[in-house]
Design a protein around this ligand. Sequence first.
Ligand SMILES: Cc1ncc(COP(=O)(O)O)c(C=O)c1O
Length: 323
Amino acid sequence: MQKIETSHLTIGGYFGLELPPGSEYYTHLIRLNTGRNALEYILREKGYKKIYIPYFTCDVLLEPIQKLNIPYQFYSIDDHLEPIIDFEIEPDAVFLYTNYFGIKQHAVKCLSTKITNLIIDNSQAFFSEPLPGIDTFYSCRKFFGVADGAYLQIKKKSTKKYAVDSSVNRFSHLIKNIDLGVQQGYSDYVKNNKDLENNPIRIMSPLTRKILAGVNYAECARIRKRNFNFLHKHLKEYNLFKFNFPEEYSPMVYPFLSNNKQLKLHLIQHNIYVATYWPNVFKWTDTRMYENYLARCIVPLPIDHRYSLHDMLYILNTLRTFL
Ligand SMILES: Cc1ncc(COP(=O)(O)O)c(C=O)c1O
């Protein structure tokens, strides 16, 4: 008779939160607590002596770099959001590139053939598969209703046994969003984001993993693609950011570049919440720099699986007076 492992099995008692069964999108990658800790994992395992990071990124990436005391140097990007590499990358240094908005997979492929020590930040590109042999990380909360969680592809796995994370104390905004609405959960969202700062590397929590296993990925990817293509069709002639968009991508947001200073406020006043990527860029750059302009003028329009074409039409109509 087959032996059944029963050591942590309990039978009966109360139910846990009912979540659909299923399978995660990346079953073969390392599961960690956050994107920034995935970067820390890479830096620890590879022992790089220096890192190049873009001016145009989120400052939480500095957490692991400063923790490990690794010298860093900023680099600039051009108007295709691609790196301007007019310097020598030292053999013991690493170059980090962000797959911006989830639409730069082609640039990622080109860089992978040119740069030996490369890290791809796919935090904005959940549906872009990692390239073979390229250290790549993902942050799950930018795409799905989870409090944390990251995936990491790296060849050199750590022999260290990391503790397992728990998300239970930073989960409140997700359930308030459902029961009370987005606004009521917002202060918890801010507090719970703060709670992600300066944590050690941990293994993804069982709660986050369970939620991620229940996501219908095919449907999420399909809706993102459809919504993005719809907005692009109607907005590309007005969008100051010119890009070729392969229709098979499922990006994070639609990046609409506009010189109109009132646009973001106008959208927010009409309940279309658009983020600023990233407020720290204003500290790192001056107003003459392209990154500073991007941080000011990129309007990231939501296109995710929560929204129908009807919602996209609402966005278009709200924008229309500014076109
Ligand atoms: C581009 C980018 N990379 C990495 C991160 C870090 O991800 P996490 O919050 O999971 O550490 C963020 C935001 O937090 C980000 O915007």
